[in-house]
Design a binder for this molecule. Structure first.
Ligand code: ADP
Ligand code: MG
Length: 158
């Protein structure tokens, strides 16, 4: 487990950007936390680390948006609109999860049953207006390797 406390959007995006520079095809990053916790903000930082210059916004109404201009493709998904029905929908998500890019899923908790087992879980919590606690958890060897690298690039004691 890896825990960061950030005091600004820039600090959150710095950690996310570092992760974006490390992710590999087939990686899955699951973001959870309340509305406004910073899931989309985090995804923007990760996209920056991949070299995506196009602005990243929440794909709430499209569910999935793909960005192809970075080091590897970014599949940004936002499950919020589907809610508890999400796991029953035929979304064809495996094409993304096992594709050539990295999948970043907002509200991944609604997809629990259909997600690949090895993923980086990112929990964002509001501490104050600009303060956030970001907890990273690995659930397998692939995600474990990513968090080890992140810990080396971004030591938690600032
Ligand atoms: P979500 O996708 O989780 O609903 P957003 O990323 O859309 O959340 O919104 C997060 C909001 O919180 C933005 O308005 C952002 O400017 C603000 N914010 C303030 N401080 C932080 C921080 N430390 N990290 C991330 N976002 C922050
Ligand atoms: Mg969002």
């Amino acid at each position: 487990m890896l825990i960061y406390q950030t005091e600004s959007v820039e600090q959150t995006q710095r950690v996310a950007k570092a992760l974006g520079s490390m992710v590999q095809p087939g990686d899955l990053i699951c973001l959870s936390g309340d509305l406004g916790a910073g899931k989309t903000t985090f995804t923007q930082g990760l996209a920056c680390g991949l070299g995506v210059e196009e602005p990243v916004s929440s794909p709430t109404f499209t569910i999935i948006k793909e960005y192809d201009e970075g080091r590897i493709p970014l599949y940004h998904m936002d499950i919020y609109r589907l809610g508890e029905r999400a796991a029953e929908e035929e979304l064809g998500l495996d094409d993304y999860f096992f594709g050539a890019g990295v999948s970043v899923v907002e509200w991944a908790e609604w997809l629990e049953e259909v997600l690949p087992a090895d993923r980086v879980q990112v929990m964002l919590q509001n501490l104050s207006a600009e303060g956030r606690k970001i907890t990273f958890t690995a659930t397998g060897p692939r995600s474990e390797a990513r968090l080890k690298e992140l810990n080396e690039a971004c030591p938690t004691s600032r």
